[in-house]
Design a protein around this ligand. Structure first.
Ligand code: OAD
Length: 234
């Protein structure tokens, strides 16, 4: 089976105007992870966490996919084998570009989760600690995003795809957050050719066979054209 697995991170959405986490001026230079991206921080001050995610949800709703998202959607549509996109991003820009097969391993801003009963639903534009779960009525609503200390979604499925991949690519991710940082090593061990597309070497750059350095919107369209066997302009 000719399976391609693509991992994306905040860098692919940077040129759509959504900030990355660890670059200079990134999200984690303005907010403390312990406050807004851990279950303990949420329990301490739900209003602060909701404000943070409400602002990010509003920005994500305004953002438009860039040439890299569009190229990956084109690859999914045109490649004769399976192309699985695994994203750490909580925006919906892959879907907005037309991708269908997207695994959101860190959840989605557009979804809400009841911490009391596990029910999930479409998040309103603004969530608050006063919201009641539509199913159990508990006031324990949170964004359906994965926080530090929690297990990312659909890991068994992702591991199955990595084990069967012929090609693995990581685009716009710093390789500092696990388990995603270990995907290249897993895919390489299973026999996949591994490509890193990022302006600078990630923390796990040594696990890749090939590096394409540059911004996603500049590099990914040409890389996709090459995979599809299309002639490229010099
Ligand atoms: P990071 O902010 O850690 O890394 C973003 C990467 O994108 C960096 O390596 C940048 O060099 C690169 N980058 C910047 N601009 C780019 C561009 N135009 N094109 C391509 N790459 C570019 O973001 P992630 O690796 O996605 O999780 O972070 C992983 C996880 O850490 C996130 O999902 C989030 C965060 O904490 C949780 O909150 C659980």
């Amino acid at each position: 089976m000719d399976r391609i697995v693509i991992l994306t991170g905040a860098g692919i959405s940077a040129e759509s105007g959504l900030g990355t986490f660890r670059d200079a001026g990134g999200i984690w230079s303005e907010h403390r992870i312990e406050d807004v991206a851990t279950p303990e921080g949420f329990a301490r001050d739900p209003a602060r966490a909701h404000r943070f995610y409400n602002a990010r949800r509003a920005m994500a709703a305004r953002a438009r996919p860039n040439a890299a998202h569009v190229a990956l959607a084109r690859l999914q549509a045109a490649h004769r084998g399976e192309v699985v996109i695994v994203t750490q991003n909580v925006d919906a820009l892959h879907e907005a570009a037309g991708s269908r097969r997207v695994i959101h391993m860190h959840g989605e801003l557009a979804r809400a989760l009841c911490a009391a009963c596990g029910h999930r639903w479409q998040a309103p534009a603004e969530m608050s600690g006063q919201d009641a779960c539509p199913r159990c009525r508990a006031r324990a609503c949170r964004p359906d995003v994965v926080w530090f200390g929690e297990i990312p979604y659909r890991m068994d499925e992702i591991m199955g795809h990595l084990a069967a991949a012929r090609l693995f690519a990581a685009i716009g991710t710093s390789g500092q957050v696990w388990p995603a940082a270990g995907f290249a090593e897993t895919a390489a061990r299973a026999g996949a050719h591994c490509v890193e597309i990022n302006p600078e070497p990630s923390a796990v750059a040594g696990d890749f066979h090939e590096a394409l350095r540059g911004r996603a919107s500049e590099v990914v369209p040409g890389w996709v054209a090459g995979l599809l066997g299309e002639a490229q302009l010099p």
